[in-house]
Design a protein around this ligand. Structure first.
Ligand code: DGL
Length: 267
């Protein structure tokens, strides 16, 4: 089937985290029409149960695909992807790209063979993470830590608030303070919110760390899956769609506009 040039790419996250995937995708596909969906009514995902996420995410994506008819959907959220990716794929008739912790690249770059996986509480306990660690990091110590506060820090940063440096410091301490943590040289940012606060994490670390995440790789995957398709001749304003509109949405307007999201809608 031919894809219309203005058929959008749909990005989905609980909040602003998916912008860390949208950024590199816009660099790779500058004229792509974009719809960015944030499940603000369900935010945050990282402290929810598997059952709640498994019930919520496929249903919401179904409604979004029906409304916006995207050429491809991106679950720009590690928590939702590690729990619900196969259910979403089964429910939708468009290609779905997920976001899974960048454990493979971390295992490739870690020299000390000790790396951390910093995600949400829900992500770091997933069997999906066990499988990735066993497959790619079998000769490594893979430390894990979940931080809900760091998710809130990323949201606060994009709302333009003054940030508390203790939050990034405490999140890293959750890894450094585990057995073997003194040798950790690499940290997987296994939540899409965390690349948005990479500078704060780097500043809070007592020594240089290598941070890895999946943004660029996912952008390349999207470009690959849409190869040969037609795109609009010019870039036009993208749409941010929220499941609940509240005062924080207004405070995010500047950050959203810097990613080309100039229109706001409610689902
Ligand atoms: N950005 C999400 C992730 O990648 C979830 C953050 C949250 O809602 O807790 O895991």
């Amino acid at each position: 089937m031919t894809v219309a040039p203005d058929a959008p790419l749909l990005f989905f996250d609980s909040g602003v985290g998916g912008l860390s995937i949208l950024g590199p995708t816009r660099a790779a596909l500058p004229n792509a029409h974009v719809v960015y969906a944030a499940d603000s009514a369900g935010f945050p995902y990282g402290t929810k149960s598997e059952a709640e996420i498994a019930a919520r995410v496929p249903a919401l994506l179904g409604r979004l695909v029906e409304r916006y008819r995207p050429r491809l959907a991106v679950i720009a959220c590690n928590t939702a992807s590690t729990i619900a990716l196969s259910a979403v794929r089964a429910a939708l008739d468009v290609p779905v790209v997920g976001t899974v912790p960048a454990i493979k690249p971390a295992a490739l770059v870690s020299r000390s063979r000790v790396f951390g996986v910093l995600g949400t509480d829900a992500t770091v306990r997933q069997p999906y993470v066990d499988r990735l660690a066993a497959e790619f990091g079998a000769d490594c110590i893979v430390l894990r830590h979940g931080s809900a506060a760091l998710v809130q820090l990323a949201e606060a940063k994009l709302r333009g608030e003054v940030l508390d440096p203790a939050i990034a410091r405490d999140a890293l301490a959750g890894l450094f303070d585990q057995p073997g943590g003194d040798r950790m040289d690499t940290v997987v940012l296994a939540c899409t919110h965390f690349p948005l606060v990479e500078a704060e994490l780097a500043a809070a670390s007592p020594r240089p760390l290598h941070f890895v995440h999946g943004g660029e790789g996912i952008a390349r995957r999207i470009a690959y899956l849409t190869q040969g398709q037609r795109w609009p001749a010019e870039r036009r304003a993208g749409t941010a769609v929220f499941t609940r509109l509240d005062e924080s949405v207004g405070l995010l307007a500047g950050a959203l506009a810097s990613y080309g999201l100039e229109r706001v809608e409610v689902l």
